[in-house]
Design a protein. Sequence first.
Length: 100
Amino acid sequence: MGAYNFYNVVIADTPRQAFELAVAEALYNYGHSGYSGSIAEKESFVMIPLPPGKHHQQYAEELINAGDPRIDDKWGPAGCIHFKTDKKGNHYYFFGWASC
């Protein structure tokens, strides 16, 4: 079995709420049978601070390409970067590997 990269932007009050929304949407889009290569395969996430001057998408790609141990396991947690807060809420970027 393989793995795919996934990337999701979610606006929510908290990272936990954002994660649950992202997983629910992926389950709706890809079904409940597993091995979707999406965030639906994840049970948890790890917060990763965004370094000053970095763009969230670019930084996530760097972490994936470098095999960062926090997110390099298709069975492990998703990465989560909080990258913006505005009147809509907190913007979170989830990323990582998922089984397919």
